[in-house]
Structure formats: structure tokens, C-alpha cells
Design a protein around this ligand. Structure first.
Ligand SMILES: [Fe+2]
Length: 392
């Protein structure tokens, strides 16, 4: 008999991604994924997906290497927050309270047994769309952007972990999360686990890190309204020179329709759509998949691509296969800002930081060979390696 389900964690809220090319990563999420930049603070930018009721969905932070920073979880209420903090401290994984940021209030920081950082909170400010992004319907956070993939909200995070059984004892007992599906190796030890805190079929996923390294990221996933949005996203990424790793296709596990791409900083991003699938059963029975079943491939037979098992962020050394794919000649973004400007970015620039990156954000005029447009804000988004802006 399954014990009564804990609902102390309401949902996954936001995630911090580290990138060595922050301006390009921001460009990927805003121009291609359809998010909106809502704030900057130091080396970080805060981005909002159009139907996120909170102030931000992704925090992009410039860093020497890629990977995941903090993951935010919202508690179901003040009492639920107190209960979970007590459970975390009992396990000795708490790091204490911090003041919060960008609309998120006082936050309790902790780490999972693999070292990934989390922030748990209750107080939050609801997103107020600016005048030019007010939705037609008042039950929506912001206007539909009509740009790129138009991701609606964050869906799940898939972490890499050196010790899956340790995660298996942490998530139910400390966070109150519930196992929904898992891959069990022939020796009976789980190698990947899917947990949920909401009625979605999964929110937090952990996959065994083949390198034995702790604290890495496999991917962050964002939900689209329709499967068809994912097909369109594949074309958008193709045109932009973004590395498409695999898909569109349908997972056997959890039945999610998916597309995996690597954002310019190298972090794997999934666009996903689970259709109408929810797990409403209060006594849900976890589904186990064997290695033999996994070998059959995804739902419609597509074999899982090798890099799906070998790429994680941050890379752990020259011996692994987490290197970025071959550099395309350019990274092309079409920015619907009303100017008619087409922005070209190099996807994976050299490490040297250029003058443009150091002065990013200043008002500029177009290059001399282009038509003069004085006072227009340059969308040159150099990152450490530079790029170029061309007028049509
Ligand atoms: Fe996923």
C-alpha cells in the first residue's frame, strides 16, 4: 500500500544556466525560444517564458564553463516550507537562508546528495507584463510572443548524478517527491529515475553520470503548447545553425514528444510536449524499464544517439565527448524587433573576449558600410568571441 502523497513542493520554478558565451545564450533563449529578458544583475540575465506567473524562468550567468547553477522550487505554503527545511536540515544538506532575488523572496538553499544546488521558497512576486506584452486574456502571464519556439514554461530538469541510489533515498524522504518511472540495470540498480512533485508525470530527473562526476547537467526542458511547435522549433534551430542533437521524436519513457538541441554555451536544452498526460492516481505504481527494453530505442524506433549518453555540462576533460559540435560558419538569428535587422552570431567563438563584448549594451550606430541608423541600440551580441551585425 502506497503511503499518502506529500505535496509540500508545489512545482519546479526556474533554473540557472552557466555559459561561457552569455550573450549568445541569452540570444538563443530570447530570439529562438521566445523568452523575454526582464532584468540584468552583474553577470546574470533573467529571462521569462510567456506563461510563467513568476518573474523569471531562466537565469543565465556568465561563467568560465557551462553547467547548471541553482534550481528553484516553490513550496506549497509557509508551513510546507518549514516542513521541508526541517527535513533537509535533518539530512545535513542545508546551506541556510538567503534574501532571494528578482521577485523570489527569502530562500532556503540546499544541495542534493550529488551536489546540485537548490533554492526553496514560498514568497514570490507575480509577473507583471509590460504594456507592449500585455495578454489579451487576463488568465495568461504575458502575450504569446509569436517568436521562434514560443516555449510556454519550464517543464523539468534532468541532472547527471554519480550515485542514483543516494538520490532515490533523498527525493521522496526529504522533498516528498514521488518516483514515476525508472530504468533499472540488469544488476537491479536504477540508472535513471523520474520523479514528480506536481501532477505532471515528472519534474526532476536524475541519470547516472558515466564519468562518475558529481553535480553536472544532462538537460533542461521547456514545454510548448503543441507537438507541432516542436516541429517548427526544429526548423527554427536548423535555420539558426543551432546544433540539433536528436529528434523530433517520441520518448518511450514518459511518452514525451521531444527535440534536443545544444544552446551556444553547450548546455543541452529539450523542447518537450507530453500531450494531455498527467499522473492523477494518488497510488501511482512506478514503471520500471529494463536495459533490454531501452535497447529497442525510443517510442517509434529511433535509436538513442550516442552523444545523449556522453554529453553533459560542464565538460569534465579532453577525454570525454562533451565537446561542442563542429562550428558552423555563423549563427543566424532573426530578431523581430521592428527594425528589420538580421543578426548573425558565431555559434562557438574563440575564447578571447573582444572589445564589443566588453562594451555590450551601449548605444551604437550601424557599421560604416551599412545604412546609417543613428541612436539605434546595437544588437551585436558578442560574448567572448564576437559576432557581426548586418543590415538587410
Ligand atoms: Fe527530458
Amino acid at each position: 500500500m502506497t503511503s499518502e502523497r506529500c505535496r509540500d513542493i508545489a512545482h519546479l520554478s526556474a533554473v540557472e544556466l552557466r555559459t561561457a558565451v552569455p550573450e549568445q545564450t541569452i540570444g538563443f533563449f530570447t530570439a529562438l525560444m521566445g523568452m523575454t529578458e526582464v532584468a540584468r544583475d552583474g553577470d546574470s540575465a533573467y529571462l521569462h517564458a510567456w506563461d510563467d506567473y513568476e518573474r523569471f524562468t531562466v537565469k543565465v550567468t556568465g561563467a568560465p564553463v557551462s553547467g547548471i547553477g541553482r534550481t528553484w522550487l516553490r513550496a506549497a505554503g509557509p508551513a510546507a516550507l518549514r516542513r521541508r527545511v526541517a527535513a533537509i536540515e535533518e539530512r545535513g544538506l542545508g546551506q541556510g537562508w538567503t534574501g532571494g532575488e528578482q521577485g523570489i523572496g527569502r530562500t532556503y538553499l540546499f544541495r542534493d546528495p550529488d551536489g546540485h544546488e537548490f533554492g526553496l521558497y514560498w514568497d514570490t512576486e507575480w509577473y507583471e507584463a509590460p504594456a507592449d506584452a500585455r495578454p489579451a486574456l487576463k488568465n495568461q502571464a504575458a502575450a504569446f510572443p509569436g517568436r521562434g519556439a514560443n516555449v510556454r514554461r519550464i517543464d523539468h530538469v534532468n541532472y547527471l548524478a554519480a550515485d542514483i541510489p543516494a538520490i532515490d533515498s533523498f527525493l521522496p524522504g526529504v522533498l516528498g517527491a514521488r518516483l514515476t518511472e525508472q530504468i533499472v540495470a540488469d544488476d537491479g540498480v536504477p540508472s535513471a529515475v523520474w520523479y514528480h512533485v506536481s501532477d505532471k508525470s515528472y519534474d526532476l530527473v536524475y541519470t547516472s553520470d558515466w564519468t562518475g562526476t558529481a553535480g553536472r547537467l544532462h538537460h533542461v526542458a521547456f514545454a510548448t503548447d503543441q507537438r507541432e511547435d516542436i516541429l517548427r522549433a526544429a526548423d527554427v534551430c536548423l535555420e539558426a545553425g543551432v546544433h540539433i542533437e536528436t529528434g523530433p521524436h517520441k520518448h518511450a519513457i514518459q511518452q514525451t514528444f521531444f527535440l534536443y538541441v545544444w544552446e551556444p554555451g553547450g548546455n543541452r536544452v529539450e523542447l518537450c510536449n507530453a500531450g494531455a498526460r498527467l499522473l492523477l492516481a494518488p497510488d501511482w505504481r512506478p514503471v520500471s524499464w529494463s536495459a533490454a527494453e531501452r535497447a529497442k530505442g525510443q517510442a517509434w524506433g529511433l535509436k538513442t544517439i550516442d552523444t545523449f549518453h556522453t554529453h553533459g555540462t560542464p565538460p569534465v576533460g579532453p577525454g570525454d565527448t562533451t565537446r561542442l559540435p563542429p562550428r558552423p560558419a555563423s549563427f543566424k538569428l532573426f530578431v523581430p524587433n521592428g527594425s528589420g535587422m538580421t543578426l548573425f552570431l558565431n555559434s562557438y567563438p574563440p575564447a578571447r573576449r573582444c572589445r564589443r563584448a566588453r562594451t555590450a549594451g551601449r548605444t551604437r550606430t550601424a557599421r560604416p558600410s551599412s545604412p546609417r541608423r543613428p541612436g539605434r541600440r546595437c544588437l551585436r551580441s558578442c560574448g567572448p568571441g564576437g559576432g557581426s551585425v548586418r543590415w538587410p
